[in-house]
Ligand binder design. Structure first.
Ligand code: 5AD
Ligand code: SF4
Length: 442
């Protein structure tokens, strides 16, 4: 019974990639992955700490799965990932909901920790590492559509954004050996995958040094693109202070590097950006967006915005709105500022924007983005896009669903195409989330 592992993943794509590493490590030690929580002898929850409500949600979930424990005394429940790293032993003590705690750099220890927990000992490992990249582990792809997958190229983060808990829970930045990255992409291709997303907290600062030679992100990306033109390459996340023209020209040279850049702005006010320790100004951000539009015509740009950071005035907020309007983002993730214990902002600044004000500002940001996302989709009507088919559309069995290079979801009536095939689709209409079209034959 213990040998079946069920894993639930919260948070970012990096966590999704980590869960695949975790299952791979456990498979090498006799565990088998199950997608049914009832069958599991080991339940792992891979957690996120980015905002307080992410953690609240996970506590709720842990209480809900407590009843499995009452039914089966042998069951081991483990909390892993960012929240495990942040709260350490406290997690075990609080309400006795979990038996095991493992941070993002201690997954190789999991088989041992599970054995300890099974014997009734407190099993905790939250050591962070300067080297661990899990480069030699072949991730077990779960819940995959068999078409697109994530490949992590680095771990940790050295940027000290004042609001952000990531450097504390994921440790210092380290890059993964490019040979192992490229090899993983080749293996995915052999298995029929047609799209990979290279993942890192700040991919632009990827750096591998070997025998006196340095490989940066543009070179890694180019090598990834050259494996096979049928493989689409995406990447996330870029940092406005580090995204270089060299990278943009690399993208422009390769049609299979997707025309989409996720470039979190966080705020449109230079004063707030300085307090956030983002190391760029509004003008710098705008210049980088202009460079993307100039060097890679047709490139989609998405962003992250935070409403109500410490000391944010109405004026600062208006600057965020005007930056968004100017950039015309295709898509955005938008959040209310949430103070995280231990961060620079928590130590030095007062979380002084009233919650109602944060909510109102966030709603204004969302309303503006909705208008711009709609505008961006309307502009796609009449265009023909190459779509990588991922599967059937959820809404209708006759429709297939996939994405264009710009990362927009496109659905169209299928004609026997299979997941993993490329199809040219003429866009005819759109909903708030989707482009709808028909197969285009010239
Ligand atoms: N409060 C609100 N949003 C945050 N983010 C990171 N930390 C916080 C925080 N403390 C957002 C940023 C980041 C995204 C992953 O989450 O916008 O880019
Ligand atoms: Fe990902 Fe950050 Fe959440 Fe960790 S805290 S899962 S790195 S978003």
């Amino acid at each position: 019974m213990l040998k079946k592992v069920y894993i639930e993943t919260y948070g970012c794509q990096m966590n999704v990639a980590d869960s695949e590493v975790v299952v791979s490590i456990l498979s090498d030690h006799g565990f088998e992955h199950t997608s049914s929580i009832e069958d599991a002898g080991l339940i792992l929850i891979n957690t996120c700490s980015i905002r307080e409500n992410a953690e609240q949600r996970i506590w709720g979930r842990l209480r809900a799965i407590g009843h499995f424990k009452r039914k089966n005394g042998d069951l081991v429940i483990g909390l892993i990932g960012c929240m495990a790293e942040r709260l350490k032993e406290q997690v075990i003590e609080k309400e006795h909901l979990v038996d095991l705690v493992a941070g993002p750099d201690s997954y190789r220890e999991l088989p041992l920790l599970v054995a300890e927990a099974h014997e009734g000992h407190k099993a905790v490992n939250v050591l962070l590492s300067r080297e661990e990249t899990y480069a030699d582990i072949s991730p077990v792809r779960m819940d995959s559509n068999g078409v697109s997958s994530f490949v992590s190229i680095m771990r940790g983060c050295n940027n000290m954004c004042a609001y952000c808990v990531v450097p504390y829970v994921r440790g210092a930045e380290r890059s993964r050996d490019p040979g192992s990255v490229l090899n993983e992409i080749r293996i995915l291709k052999e298995k029929g995958y047609r799209e990979v997303t290279l993942l890192g907290q700040n991919v632009d600062s990827y750096l591998w040094k070997e025998d006196g030679r340095a490989t940066g992100f543009p070179e890694l990306l180019e090598k990834a693109a050259m494996i096979d033109p049928i493989m689409r390459i995406r990447f996330s996340t870029s940092h406005p202070k580090d995204i270089s023209d060299d990278l943009l020209y690399t993208i422009a040279r390769h049609g299979n590097i997707c025309r989409h850049i996720h470039l979190p702005a966080q705020s449109g006010s230079s004063r707030i950006l300085k307090l956030m320790n983002r190391e760029y100004t509004r003008e710098w951000y705008m210049e980088r967006v202009s460079a993307i539009k100039r060097i890679i015509p047709g490139c989609a740009i998405s962003t992250d915005m935070i409403a109500g950071f410490c000391t944010e005035t109405e004026e600062d907020h208006k600057e965020s709105l005007s930056l968004m309007e100017w950039a015309g983002f295709d898509f955005a993730y938008m959040f209310k500022y949430s103070e995280r214990p231990g961060t620079k902002a928590a130590r030095r600044y007062r979380d002084d924007v009233e919650d109602e004000v944060k909510t109102r500002r966030l709603n204004e940001i969302i309303a503006l983005q909705n208008r711009m996302s709609a505008r961006s989709k309307k502009l796609d009507i009449g265009q023909v896009y190459e779509v990588l088919v991922e599967g059937r559309s959820k809404r209708s069995a006759e429709f297939l669903s996939g994405r264009n290079s710009q990362n927009k979801v496109v659905v169209f009536p299928g004609n026997g195409q299979k997941p993993g095939e490329y199809v040219n689709v003429m866009i005819e209409r759109c909903t708030s989330a989707t482009l709808i079209g028909t197969i285009f034959v010239h």
